[in-house]
Ligand binder design. Sequence first.
Ligand SMILES: Nc1ncnc2c1ncn2[C@@H]1O[C@H](COP(=O)(O)OP(=O)(O)OP(=O)(O)O)[C@@H](O)[C@H]1O
Ligand SMILES: [Mg+2]
Length: 343
Amino acid sequence: MTSPNDQAIFESSPDGILLVDASGVIRRANAMAQKLFGYPAEALHGMAVEQLVPPSARGAHDEHRARYQRAAAVRPMGIGMELRAVRQGGVEFPVEISLAPFEGPEGQDWTVATVRDISLHKRLRDFGAGALRASEDERARIARDLHDDTAQRLATVLVRLKLLEKDIDDPDTLQRLDDIRQAITDTADGVRRIARGLRPPELEDTGLESALRSHARLLREGRGVDVLLDVEPVDRLLTPDGTLILYRIVQEALNNVVRHAGVPQARVRIRVEEEQIIGLVEDQGTGFFPQHLALQGRGLGLLGMQERAVMLGGDVRVESLPGQGTRVRFRIPVEIAEELGRV
Ligand SMILES: Nc1ncnc2c1ncn2[C@@H]1O[C@H](COP(=O)(O)OP(=O)(O)OP(=O)(O)O)[C@@H](O)[C@H]1O
Ligand SMILES: [Mg+2]
């Protein structure tokens, strides 16, 4: 921090920056750190960094800090954990923290920590997760209504038609009744198909693979797209909600193939590799520039996939180029998926 230029950058950084010495004492704090934590510079300088950690996490923090100092490197803090900090007055807020070794003015081993307030981000994410959860509940309700009410009523109408047919001898009328029966049967099939699409019953009964098989059959019969499935039984690593989230990711990726790729084939592969569920939905179709989507403000489906993967602590990557097909890859850490997969 010698030249005024460095000082200006330090002070105007949009992230809070703390320089912490080897004994855990804050030696410097920039303007954003003062704002985030609600202390003036004089109060922060010389304060134990533990004081910015919520009381419930202080014991563990001491230990983590010692461990970090033994193997200092540039890295985010608390990977996979929801970090919280505490401001003056005791209010806690969610943060993202990155650490790097830093040489103090006399060559001491200090640490530089950047602190970012992610309250808004987290609120938006929670809101997104809430909206997804609400939409799953709604789908389940509509599927139940369609199945238990509409489909049942249609079945009753069919029975009554059958009874009516017994009382009729005129072949012409019988033929017309038969046409009506066929139309009702088709409608009942359609209703069941819609209900299955909304909430596949196999998912709870026989598992992910058979639900995907059933969806693949639907796509083959309804849309002429053949889906090659190579799916390990990863359900056992997920909660039922987690399995549903995974199913939705694959379903959306396949729907995209059907709607946009322009080819009659797709491939789905889901495996477990090194404590992660690794998935791939691939087609050899038209492809597109994924990075252009954000600019055009399009792509709710892909965004939803990403949101869902994040709910399970993982992520989704889309690899595509015009003329070279599309690969949607997702990755879900198993141990985190178990904890977070509750929608
Ligand atoms: N497999 C694919 N092959 C070709 N283009 C694709 C594929 N998947 C996505 N795209 C392109 O990416 C765009 C965004 O996809 P996304 O699923 O996010 O939205 P959408 O399918 O257009 O609408 P919806 O919100 O109903 O899903 C699509 O409009 C399409 O141009
Ligand atoms: Mg889509």
